[in-house]
Design a protein around this ligand. Structure first.
Ligand SMILES: [Zn+2]
Length: 267
């Protein structure tokens, strides 16, 4: 029995190998031979490409991957000044410790900073003032969001304002500034390019304050505040790093925690 099965298998084997070599590999081979020296280079470049995902990197490694300098140490993203809301990330919790800074409601961690920022700007000769600080959920919903939806639809509303939960003003860590040196200027009036603006941009980091929505970086945060003079408190060291490197608060936070902020198309 065993011999029979063996012999029948070997008989099958003998049949199988036979057709294989008769296939024709010949016609295509002459072409690649033409490349003489370049064949060595691709082998070398392919080998050392060890990719580490951004999610697995340390803050230093992520900064290097983005071409940024070493980020500040001892940054605690759970601190109040890193509360974040934007078009893609909403907050639900509101901190009750609201105070006044620059005449509007802000969180107590930011009140002295905004007071000093605006008062020093005024002392330097520029009549700026804050006209909007903290907004609660219902104000965002009823005063800003719903009217836009009712008038122009949800898609348009999302392009000019925020859904409740997504407005930076709900963090109580920001103010909208207006340049009132030449009389009343309505909401959203752009005073970029004025000396007052230059003073604010030059000095804001001394107070731990940043320009929240740098132009051209919408992919990080979504919709900018309707008022370009929207300044946000983050603390001195983070503020200096963010402004000196022209990055967003979102990108800064991602240096420390890849899951801190959702950015479409990135993480
Ligand atoms: Zn604003």
């Amino acid at each position: 029995m065993a011999l029979d099965s063996c012999s029948s298998q070997s008989a099958l084997h003998r049949d199988d190998p036979a057709p294989i070599p008769t296939e024709t590999p010949a016609p295509e081979t002459p072409a690649p031979v033409e490349v003489p020296q370049e064949t060595e280079a691709p082998l070398e470049t392919a080998a050392p490409t060890v990719t580490k995902s951004m999610a697995d990197m340390t803050p230093s490694e992520r900064a290097a991957a983005w071409g940024l300098p070493e980020p500040p140490a001892d940054v605690d993203l759970s601190a109040q000044e890193f509360k974040l809301a934007n078009s893609y990330n909403s907050i639900t919790e509101q901190r009750p410790n609201h105070s006044y800074g620059a005449g509007v409601i802000v969180d107590e961690v930011a009140s002295a900073a905004f007071d000093n920022f605006v008062n020093d700007c005024i002392a330097a000769g520029y009549g700026v003032h804050a006209f909007r600080g903290y907004l609660d959920f219902w104000t965002v919903l009823e005063k800003y969001y719903e009217p836009e939806v009712a008038a122009h639809g949800a898609a348009y509303a999302a392009s000019v304002t925020y859904a409740p939960g997504c407005n930076d003003h709900q963090t109580a860590l920001c103010v909208d500034l207006r340049f009132g040196g030449t009389g009343y200027l309505g909401e959203g009036v752009d005073f970029r390019g004025t000396e007052a603006w230059d003073w604010l941009i030059t000095h804001c980091t001394d107070y731990g304050i940043i320009l929240r929505y740098p132009e051209g970086q919408e992919s990080w945060y979504g919709t900018p505040c309707m008022n370009p003079g929207h300044f946000r408190y983050v603390g001195v060291e983070p503020a200096k790093y963010i402004m000196e490197n022209n990055i967003t608060l979102e990108q800064f936070m991602l240096l420390y925690d890849w899951d801190a902020v959702y950015v479409p198309g990135l993480n």
